[in-house]
Each structure stands twice: as C-alpha cells, then as structure tokens.
Design a protein around this ligand. Structure first.
Ligand SMILES: NC(=O)C1=CN([C@@H]2O[C@H](COP(=O)(O)OP(=O)(O)OC[C@H]3O[C@@H](n4cnc5c(N)ncnc54)[C@H](OP(=O)(O)O)[C@@H]3O)[C@@H](O)[C@H]2O)C=CC1
Ligand SMILES: CC(=O)N[C@@H](CCC(=O)OP(=O)(O)O)C(=O)O
Length: 345
C-alpha cells in the first residue's frame, strides 16, 4: 500500500517516517512540505543513507491519485483545509491535528479560537482512540487521531468511566505533564532551553484545547460525567507524558478489584499494559514505543482512586497511534510496524 505524509518536516511527520520506513505493508510513496522542493535530509540529517526522498509540493489531487492513504501531520487549521480537499477522493485520511476531533463546531471555535471545518467533513471523521473505537476505525475513511494528552488521560480513565464507577458530583482531576516535543518544532519562548531546562511550568490553566476532547469521550462512556479540571505542565524532557488522575469512586472498591477490571478491559490490547498492585509506570518505560502503561491505587481513607498513565507523546500520542489506526483501517494486525521496545534508560 502506498502512503503519503504531509507535514513531514515536523516532529510528528519525522516520527511517521521512523515508523513507516520499516512497515511491512505500508510503503512511503511521497513526503510533502509547504516549502520549496528540497531533500528531506536537509531538514533531517539523521535520515542520511536511510531515507532520502525529496520533499514534494502539496497537491491533494495528485496525492489522492497516486497514494492509498495520507497522514496529515500539519498544524490545526491547515489540517482541516487538507481534510476538506481530500474528502470524497479515493484515499484514506488520518489527521493528527485537533481539527476533526470535536463533533461540535461551536466547541471547536471556542477552544481553538478559529473557524471549524465544515460539519459535513467533521461528521465523516471517526475518533481514532484505537483501543476503544476499533470497530468504527476499521470501516472509516477519515480518522481524527486523538490528542496526546487525551490519549493518556482517556486510556487511564476509560475502564472506570465506562463501568459507571465515578461519582460525578466530585468531578475528575487530571494533572498532566508533557515533554517539550509535544509543542512541535516551532520555536517559542517557553520551550527555549534556558526556560524549560532545570524548570517546571504550568500552562493554559483551565484553557487547554484538549478539555472538550476529553469531556466528549468521557460523556460517551458515562453521560453523567461532569466538567473536568485539567492542568498541563511542561517537563524538562524531550518526549513523554504522565497524566495523574483523581476520581471519587461511587462505592468502596479495593485496588485489586479495580486492577482486575483494567486487566480484563485491556487483556486483548497489546499496547496498553496494566501494572501490578504497588507498581506505577515511569515515562522512560514507554519512551520511543507505542505503549501506554497504567498504574492505579484506590485510597480507602478518601474513597479516591489515583490513576497514573504514561505514553510517548510522539508515538502513542501521535504517529504511533496514527499507524495503529492505519493498520486497523486496512484489516492488518494493529501491531504491524509498531514493535518498538521502549528506549531505556
Ligand atoms: N508533537 C506532538 O506530540 C503532537 C502533535 N499533534 C498534532 O500533530 C500535528 C503536527 O504536530 P508537530 O509535528 O508537533 O508540529 P511541528 O510544528 O513540529 O510540524 C508541523 C509541520 O507542518 C508543516 N506546515 C506548517 N505550516 C504549513 C502549511 N501552511 N501548509 C502545509 N504544511 C505546513 C510544517 O512543515 P513544512 O514547513 O515542511 O511544510 C511543519 O514541519 C499538529 O496538528 C499537532 O497539534 C498531535 C499529538 C501530539
Ligand atoms: C507540550 C505542549 O505544548 N503540548 C501541546 C500539545 C499540542 C497538540 O498535540 O495539539 P493538538 O492535540 O490540539 O493537535 C499543547 O499543550 O498545546
């Protein structure tokens, strides 16, 4: 199968190349940039002697004629325009941005602060949370790949939310931390070395664009879910996200009972690993891989459950999950091309 990548020179695009280069079924047909045509090694010298395609201009008509699937690793707003250009053409589309994730255009405009793509395009997109939406993903033509923080948070909350075990009155708190590659390669003051190294910072307090995305999915699991408190922090790391979540349980449950629920829910899902009682995951234990590792503990004193979920933002949080979804869309084993062992230490 021939695949194309747009936004190749970004962090998500670069990660797609790293995965697809060794994929047994998907063959990289073309890589695209909004800049003048150039060698990809001009932007990514680490690909020298390994992958030396020339970057091509973005022409949706030609891409749709030549390729079977296109990944949009482009910024929000650009992705929406491209999805519109590809919709109705004979090509599968996987968009890594937030442009197609929210079913409500009003919510999109409120949180992303620009105009949404037409509702008819949004309606065609399937939310690509692989472990929870695989039936719809298998028959989808357009995938809205989840955000990095929502992937970590939702995989951690899914089993208790779907089982209706969360007390809605107490709300849900998600305290999340990300490495700097989550912000993409465009330079900004907060991600400058002198600002983030040896430092730790909270940002977008109660204003993060992933709040409606997380709430949208939580409401599908449990319609009574109340608004979340979601805090995001910048870690002095390149890759990785840790989301620590606090939920009040409706009734007293032991940690062992909850771990049984999580083990059962994810037993057929290779990329979600549930830890044993007393064992909590660290970011390095998933770095460079498509795994999401989850640990939890129910506190009998407070009746509160603490859930810890870690992912690599560029893998399970972006390019890895995108390829997992491409596998599902094409009837392949979801693990195909994604057998990366975490880089430890
Ligand atoms: N980084 C992460 O951890 C995650 C990112 N995402 C989402 O994935 C997408 C890509 O993110 P990321 O790789 O980090 O971003 P980067 O900023 O690193 O890269 C984005 C790329 O998009 C291309 N681009 C910029 N403007 C245009 C344009 N006008 N037309 C076409 N292409 C353009 C650029 O390539 P060129 O200049 O060569 O055209 C650029 O390299 C974003 O929507 C992001 O929100 C989602 C989950 C996690
Ligand atoms: C560390 C960091 O800055 N992370 C970014 C995540 C961006 C992203 O993934 O954006 P979309 O999911 O909306 O496409 C942020 O918090 O905005």
């Amino acid at each position: 199968m021939k695949v194309s990548v747009i936004g190749t020179t970004g962090y998500g695009g670069g990660e797609l190349i790293r995965i697809l280069h060794n994929h047994p079924v998907f063959q990289i047909h073309s890589v695209h940039s909004s800049r003048d045509e150039a060698a990809i090694t001009d932007e990514f010298p680490h690909l020298a002697g390994i992958f030396e395609h020339s970057l091509k201009k973005i022409d949706p008509g030609t891409i749709a004629e030549e390729a079977d699937l296109v990944f949009l690793a482009t910024p929000s707003r650009i992705s929406g325009e491209l999805a519109k250009a590809f919709a109705g053409k004979d090509i599968q589309v996987i968009d890594l941005s937030g442009d197609l994730r929210l079913s409500s255009p009003e919510e999109y405009e409120k949180w992303y602060k620009h105009k949404p793509v037409e509702k008819s395009i949004i309606n065609q997109a399937v939310y690509g949370l692989s472990e929870w939406n695989s039936e719809k993903i298998r028959s989808a033509k357009i995938i809205a790949n989840p955000g990095c923080y929502p992937t970590a948070a939702l995989l951690g909350l899914g089993p208790v939310a779907e089982a209706g075990l969360i007390d809605p009155a107490a709300g849900i708190i998600i305290d999340a931390k990300s490495g700097v590659s989550g912000a993409g390669k465009t330079l900004s003051r907060v991600s400058a070395f002198a600002e983030m190294n040896d430092n730790f910072r909270i940002y977008k307090v109660n204003e993060h664009q992933h709040i409606p995305e997380i709430e949208q999915q939580l409401k599908q699991w449990d319609a009574k879910t109340s608004p979340i408190t979601f805090s995001t922090h910048l870690l002095p790391l390149t890759r990785g996200i840790m989301a620590t979540m606090y939920v009040q349980l409706k009734r007293e449950l032991k940690t062992s009972e909850l771990l049984d629920l999580y083990q059962e829910t994810y037993s057929r899902h290779h990329f979600v690993r549930v830890r044993k009682e007393g064992d909590f995951p660290a970011i390095k234990e998933v770095s460079g891989s498509n795994f999401c590792d989850i640990g939890l503990h129910a506190d009998p004193r407070t009746g509160r459950l603490t859930i810890v979920s870690v992912i690599d933002n560029l893998m399970k949080g972006a390019a890895g999950q995108a390829v997992q979804n491409a596998n599902l869309m094409n009837g392949l084993d979801e693990k195909e091309g994604l057998g990366f062992i975490p880089i430890y230490p």
